[in-house]
Design a protein around this ligand. Structure first.
Ligand code: SF4
Length: 78
């Protein structure tokens, strides 16, 4: 289904603050060594959207990007 939120993280920006893991532990984790974010679920279920949106808001490095696929036009293939 091409709808819902798509989650992308930018590990290069991540400062390992762990705010995303607190907000949505089912979607984000951190690498043990350096605390850099690890994306567990790039297409989380709707029940996780509140936590995912909160994570993107509170991330101090703006390393979490959300795309609402529902808002995009259908049939993007050329
Ligand atoms: S909140 Fe942002 S900076 Fe902190 S661990 Fe998550 S992605 Fe990295």
């Amino acid at each position: 289904v091409n709808a819902g939120l798509s989650v992308v993280v930018v590990p290069e920006r991540c400062v390992g603050a762990g705010q995303c893991v607190l907000a949505a532990p089912e979607v984000f984790d951190q690498h043990d060594e350096d605390g850099v974010v690890l994306l567990l679920d790039p297409r989380p279920p709707a029940s996780r959207y509140d936590g995912v949106r909160l994570a993107a808001q509170v991330c101090p490095a703006a390393a979490i990007h959300l795309t609402d696929l529902t808002a995009e036009p259908q049939g993007r293939n050329p």
